[in-house]
Design a protein around this ligand. Sequence first.
Ligand code: GDP
Ligand code: MG
Length: 441
Amino acid sequence: LSDRLSGVFERLTKQGALSEDDVKTALREVRVALLEADVSLPVARNFVKAVQDKATGQAVTKSVTPGQQVVKIVHDELIAVLTGEGEPGSLKIDNAPAPILMVGLQGSGKTTTTAKLAKRLKERQNKRVLMASLDVNRPAAMEQLAILGQQVGVDTLAIVPGERPEQIAQRAKTQASLGGYDVYMLDTAGRLHIDEALIAEAAAVRDIVKPRETLLVVDGLTGQDAVNVAEEFDGKIGVSGVVLTRMDGDGRGGAALSMRAVTGKPIKFVGLGEKMDAIEEFHPERIAGRILGMGDIVSLVEKAQQTIEAEQAEKMMKRLQKGHFSMNDLRMQLEQMMKMGGMEGVMGMMPGMGKMKGKMGEAGFDDRMIKRQIALIQSMTKKERANPAILQASRKKRIAAGAGLEVQELNRLLKMHRQMADMMKKMGKKGLLKQMMGGMF
Ligand code: GDP
Ligand code: MG
């Protein structure tokens, strides 16, 4: 997606105002991009229409290119749609014992999520939680919850063979009251598809416990299906919030947008793995960035505008594209990075920098190291900065000593410089460099 969009936005940067045509061209690509991210067709269509109405005729902010402005409008609108009412990650659990009903298809992650949430309630809000499995069809499922309960230190209702789900729900309710629990969570059975029996069972349980929250657990990778499931469950049982699981996979997260647009239900949590800590409250900005597939370009644009002298950057980019990347360029970049919030600040915002961030982290590349590197470069002569290849042992010793550092540190800097120069060259060839730096001027 980012390739596609950046192409269009690059073309847009050549012009001065947001004409209807500009916006239309850009949004055609946005629509395809949304579909690729698994957003359902009607949702993508409506979304694009909303953005078009907002964007067309909008005065172009002076310091921003039209392309960047469209990105920002798209991004802001995504966040607006993704944001549900209420604090993300909050659950209604006053009036103890508060029942929470977990529903969803088989394999969506209900049991795992039940235990994750119980752990969270216990650890973050100091709640006493009781969990009960109503999955009478699969005895293994009940044991699964019991095992997870032990693992996270949360009580589970004793298993009584032969009981119906309604009976278990009733017993959980009683036990929660008598036992002084703050919350009791009911993990229901799932099926591969929604059927009458499944709905009837969940509805019966609902009527017994009158849940404060009915959380629908859906697999975030299933895209369109997830939305159908959500509509069905909400219509028949009533859902108060959604948990999207498997958001650690490489799905683009389009299900989140469809889910919000179609059901209007708040997405409360996202599951990010199989471990008991792998859950967090839903962050609309993160999903928006992921759907756009381009890192947090908008904030990069905003930050960069404040700190970068356009002319300087433009000149530098021209040289970088040709494969010239001197120690001075590196120094400028390092200084720029410090201005923009250091390593963390910059890397997270740039598309395609994820890999590099990992590599640099391994090499111990942090803000302190950036400062040491700047010192090393300052200790070089002009000639050395332009052509680091001439650095022999004696020069290296002098430079390191001048900066009060070890030669080893200088070698690391030289290696990094070579790697970056290589990368710049490659990116320059692919036009990626321009895309990456395009936001900066
Ligand atoms: P249930 O049938 O709805 O109760 O689903 P389970 O809770 O048993 O989960 C099914 C499988 O999905 C298990 O292997 C879980 O470990 C896994 N799972 C659940 N949530 C996540 C998640 O957020 N990410 C990943 N990667 N796996 C998950
Ligand atoms: Mg289960």
